[in-house]
Design a protein around this ligand. Sequence first.
Ligand code: FAD
Length: 401
Amino acid sequence: MQKTNIVILGAGYGGLITNKKIEKLLQAGEANITLINKHDYHYITTQLHKVGVGTACDRKIALSIPELIDSNKTKFVVGSVSNVDAQQQTVLLESGDEIPYDYLVISLGFEVATFGIPGIKEYAFELRSFRSSKAIHHQIIKQLSLYKEDGDPSRLTFAVAGGGFTGIEMLGELAEGLPKLCNEYGVPFDKVKIVGIEAADSLIPFFGEELISYTSKVMEKHRIEIFTSTKILSCTEDAIQLEGDMVLPCRTLIWSCGVKANSVLEKFGIPLVRGKVPVEKDLRVKGLENVFCIGDCALFMKDDQNALPPTAQVAMQQAEVCGENIVALMRHTNVKAFEYHHKGSVASIGDRTAVGKVGSFTMSGWFAAIMKRVIENRYLFVLGGPSLVLKQTLFLNREPI
Ligand code: FAD
């Protein structure tokens, strides 16, 4: 009898956890599991701001995928998915290879949304992947080096667009990491300007008054200039045009204003809603019995109006159910409906401070920073057990790249 082919697209939060779940539920040889990803590493997206500033070593953020899977059960393929043919049940790779599937999981993640603002695509830097975050780090170093040659102040202005979760994490990291980099490159830190730009009338509005005020005070303490109720109209290589006829001379704009689903989905011939793949309660793509979609690519409606947000927390919880449901279908048992349980969120502002909310409980300062580390370590534990947590926390120190 032919073995069932399970193919997982993307080894991010959703894809890797789905793979883990299926590996746990199936014996070796019960099915062919193929995991496909663009690169041979999985990056900890929630720590990309550290890659941008260079405050964490590469090996802490980019984990080798072959070390995270059971090679007796899963075949890992490095490749870029270019299309899916749901009629023929095949996945097409950019290399021209075709991979057949009986069950497919689409977990290809997000892209940065630029909302068509002129110049953003060309000149702004994205916190999207390990590579794009490394590009931010290289840009910072380049500007510090060139400043020494021409003294152009726009080189020392570092702006972050978006005062949400990721934006404040990036601002906090810049404030903590830049003094050290300036010292290394012989640039006076007091000439550096860190600027946060937010269209809404406050930073992290979803966290409530108390945490907003705490965050603003931390920003002030770090001399971070915050512009709220300010839209970016366009940007060029050396300036940002803001609402109200303001121009900010700046060569490093880090764009952190929202994400959209991976645009490769548009080629799959699956009808998209809001750019995402609409899924049923059991996480199967509407109209396709053997195709699942999870994480940032999936549109999962929690009620008539609202979809679940694109977070790692959602992707990981969906992955558990997706894995179980694929095995249930293989064994002709019942599939489960997915239910999301929000466990709270914590945003770091540098290494020693964070703000967060768990249920109605709000936290800030060092306690929240510890909680952030607990959350990161829990993820490592799920991925690779206690040995991965030990390796990442004890043996790989927080050191510049
Ligand atoms: P991803 O994790 O993005 O995985 C997609 C995978 O598919 C990647 O490995 C990618 O390389 C691969 N891929 C993409 N295209 C192709 C292709 N064509 N072929 C092959 N492979 C491909 N969420 C939280 O819950 N908490 C946080 O603190 C948090 N912080 C964040 C900080 C930042 C800077 C960012 C950008 C996001 C943050 N998020 C956070 C959101 C979270 O990272 C995403 O929701 C999560 O990564 C979604 O998981 P996913 O599996 O859908 O996609």
